[in-house]
Design a protein around this ligand. Structure first.
Ligand code: PLP
Length: 388
């Protein structure tokens, strides 16, 4: 092939450590894949119907860049009712293609080359990829298993420098499932005010919480209006990953600028998908409760199961649908352990190092799939590696 001079962003992009496991798993027809953060449920019918209605009604044109008014109203109601965040649907909201594009858009709007962005380590890999795309510098706030993997203010503060532009928090967290409570969020809010840095609260797992935990939003605290961008998505909550609908709530000035760049990036989200999102937000509560109950059963099954098997040590996470067990008991790197588990049991997991350098020593397992599959995966691993 002729030499092709691609951008530095393309050349520097890191290959996905999860993708490699997918490739290896193709060798095994009976593989049980517990890698992807994808709800095991079909999207509820009434939500699909709302999208189909949009198509039939000919909603096939561009919409306003910020999203259709009815969806912004539904989001604003939700944010006030459930999160205590006051927001004007005309001024403080933009609808995006999931949280992924919301984050990229925010990154392009806030971060200049050389600016430092603090994220949790281990982290959702796309944060790092996006920071690289805007030539920012990733600063990892390493979280500790002994402190339930929490990215608390005392972990963040020593990392703040005059170059710090943005902090990203993600509670409940991917990949660890850890959550931050109200007091811990308040301490982070104080940091934001003290150092006057932007903060993104990435909340796609907000509803996937267990043991009576209720996830608060940092964007509801007083005095943070100029600094906090609340990002959320319908993907995980309503089993709508393929619909690609998310949003950002922020102050008017930030939103005006996000809208300009959103126009350049993607223009608008398909209207039928926005109509499905209205249906989900206004009428999907019972579906979410049903799915969370199911995930909770899976969560208890997998935590108990892993803690019985040689080589694993697993915390019981309070949120999201991932466990992040310590696998140092295998005496291997996380890539080696994930490959070994695959080879011996045909169970596909993600090596912790796919979630940044601080993920070494762990693997990530998604428990959003069917209960029976998880049970079978645990039985295979227990047979192969033995009981403690
Ligand atoms: C922490 C986190 N943020 C954002 C996203 C993006 O989700 P989506 O673009 O589907 O809304 C994901 C998806 O896995 C995630 O885990």
């Amino acid at each position: 092939m002729a030499e092709i001079n691609l951008s530095m962003a393309a050349q520097n992009a890191l290959p996905s450590g999860v993708r490699r496991m997918f490739e290896l798993a193709k060798r095994y027809p009976d593989a049980i894949n517990l890698t992807l953060g994808e709800p095991g449920f079909a999207t509820p019918d009434h939500i699909i119907e709302a999208g189909i209605r949009g198509l039939r009604e000919g909603k096939t044109k561009y919409t306003p860049n910020a999203g259709i008014r009815e969806l912004r109203e539904a989001i604003a109601d939700k944010l006030w009712r459930e999160n205590g965040i006051k927001c004007d649907p005309e001024k403080n909201l933009i609808v995006t293609a999931g949280a992924t594009q919301a984050l990229m858009l925010a990154m392009v709007t806030l971060v200049n080359p050389g600016d430092e962005v603090i994220i949790q380590g281990p982290n959702w890999p796309d944060y790092r990829g996006q920071i690289d795309m805007v030539n920012g510098k990733t600063v990892y706030a390493k979280v500790d298993e002994k402190n339930d993997f929490k990215m608390t203010a005392d972990v963040i503060e020593p990392l703040i420098t005059e170059k710090t532009k943005l902090i990203i928090i993600n509670s409940p967290s991917n990949p660890t499932g850890s959550v931050l409570d109200e007091e811990e969020l308040r301490d982070i809010a104080e940091l934001v005010k003290k150092y006057k840095v932007f903060l993104i609260s990435d909340e796609p797992y907000e509803k996937l919480v267990y043991d009576g935990f209720c996830q608060k939003s940092i964007g509801a605290f007083e005095g943070l209006e100029d600094y906090v961008l609340t990002i959320n998505s319908l993907s995980k909550t309503f089993a709508m990953t393929g619909f690609r609908v998310g949003y950002i709530c922020a102050n008017e000035h930030i939103i005006e600028n996000l809208i300009k760049l959103h126009e350049n990036m993607i223009a608008s989200i398909p209207e039928p998908m926005q109509m499905a999102a209205i249906q989900a937000i206004r009428h999907g509560g019972a579906d979410v409760a049903r799915m969370v109950e199911y995930y909770d059963r899976n969560r208890r099954l997998i935590v108990d199961g892993l803690n019985r098997i040689n080589g694993f040590r697993c915390l019981c996470p309070k949120g999201a649908f991932y466990v992040f067990p310590n696998i140092t008991g295998f005496g291997m790197s996380s890539v080696e352990a994930a490959e070994y588990i695959l080879e011996k049991t045909h169970v596909v997991t993600s090596p912790g190092s796919a979630f940044g350098p601080d993920g070494e020593g762990y693997i990530r397992i998604c428990y959003a799939s069917k209960y029976e599959q998880i049970k079978e995966a645990l039985e295979r691993m227990e047979r192969e590696f033995g009981k403690k």
